[in-house]
Design a protein around this ligand. Structure first.
Ligand SMILES: Cc1cc2nc3c(=O)[nH]c(=O)nc-3n(C[C@H](O)[C@H](O)[C@H](O)COP(=O)(O)OP(=O)(O)OC[C@H]3O[C@@H](n4cnc5c(N)ncnc54)[C@H](O)[C@@H]3O)c2cc1C
Ligand code: SF4
Length: 331
């Protein structure tokens, strides 16, 4: 493990000031389960990805923790643990999609100290990226090892230069719930909908989101769903005890009295470098009877998919899971 300096700010302004003072070699830390126990322990580094010299610990900022639910929606501090989210009765009642997704993350031990901010902003799990000896594009190198290598868990949609899949289950659910992130930085606070938060390799292969090195995600806001919104989460994984998604599906939608799709979102995890909003499926369902149209609508995932040499199976899995998840939501 590389040595580092530890900073313990007492408020967000101090955390941001420390990031500004030290520069890009300082990183914020939530629970540390990815940054310290993964990236730094395993020496995941390259020209475009130096290991941090300093860690800014957000656990010393009490304002970043907690869940508030009111008429307008739910506000969740970035340092709230995944277990706290899973166990919140208020969230279970109105935002079951998020509590189910959070419950499917890792193991109880990891959920006890893994935070919402850390889960959304964790780095990808591509096994070449995580191997110290592979200096790939994402670390600032000049090669993607997944193209000629074992790519069975890689992207089937939106890969270009780099074919990671976004690892966060909560991010997939939050995008389906039309949530937004609040971000603090030296230029003040800004609010970014998750629709615009994640970026693919074409935009910047070294990053997975729009956060700048001197910014901190402080909270997430989820608007109260429209009355009668149906929510459903499903996730296929290899090891049942705990694992990242091979494919996951988050759906939140409303229907009219005849069972026709009124409004909603379908988001897939495990298929693309960002949580993938399947607008093609949503558009196919618009105004149509959901039960009668879902089979055909789910098949449109095939028009977006460009599988690699070893992962065409994911296209079939994604299509079937979309169909089952939406039918499951209808009950
Ligand atoms: C064995 C194992 C299995 C796992 N399985 C799953 C799974 O199935 N699904 C899933 O979604 N995840 C899974 N994970 C990932 C796990 O959930 C994350 O490690 C955890 O949620 C990260 O939270 P943390 O608070 O410990 O993050 P940290 O390690 O503290 O941070 C992770 C990253 O986010 C950044 N960060 C943290 N907080 C903020 C903030 N507030 N603002 C800006 N940046 C921030 C850090 O700088 C760092 O780059 C697994 C991890 C392990 C080790
Ligand atoms: S998929 Fe991305 S992270 Fe994996 S080897 Fe290729 S460039 Fe690196």
């Amino acid at each position: 493990m590389k040595n580092f300096e530890l900073y313990e700010p007492s408020n967000v302004r101090e955390a941001v000031a420390t990031l500004v003072k030290i520069g890009p070699k300082a990183k914020v830390i939530g629970g540390g389960s990815d940054l310290v126990a993964g990236v730094m322990k395993d020496w995941v580094q390259g020209n475009g990805m130096p290991l941090p010299d300093a860690l800014v610990d957000l656990s010393t900022i009490p304002q970043l923790k907690g869940i508030k639910v009111d008429k307008t929606g739910a506000t969740i501090g970035a340092m709230t643990t995944l277990t706290e989210i899973v166990e919140s009765k208020d969230l279970q009642k109105q935002f079951s999609l998020l509590t189910q997704a959070a419950h499917s993350v890792a193991s109880p031990l990891i959920r006890n100290f893994g935070t919402l901010g850390g889960n959304i902003n964790q780095r990808p799990r591509c096994w070449f990226y995580r191997g110290a000896e592979f200096n790939c594009y994402k670390k600032g190198g000049d090669f993607c090892y997944s193209v000629g290598g074992d790519n069975r868990y890689h992207a089937i949609i939106g890969g270009e230069l780099c074919y990671i899949v976004h690892p966060s289950d909560t991010a997939t659910a939050l995008l389906a719930l039309n949530a937004q992130a609040k971000i603090a930085g030296p230029r003040g606070d800004r609010t970014v909908p998750f629709d615009q938060y994640f970026i693919g390799p074409r935009e910047d292969v070294l990053r997975e989101n729009i956060l700048k090195a001197d910014e901190v995600m402080t909270e997430v806001f989820i608007p109260t769903p429209a009355p009668g919104t149906k929510q459903a989460w499903s996730k296929l994984k290899n090891r049942q005890v705990y694992d990242f998604a091979i494919v996951s599906v988050a759906a939140a939608f409303t229907t009219d009295a005849s069972g026709n799709w009124a409004d909603g979102r379908v988001v897939l995890g495990g298929v693309a470098p960002v949580p993938y909003r399947a607008t093609n499926i949503e558009n196919q369902l618009k105004g149509k009877n959901v039960k009668n149209s879902i089979k055909q609508a789910a098949a449109t995932i095939r028009t977006a998919a460009r599988p690699m040499s070893m992962n065409a199976y994911k296209v079939d899995v994604a299509q079937t899971m979309v169909e089952r998840t939406i039918l499951g939501a209808l009950g």
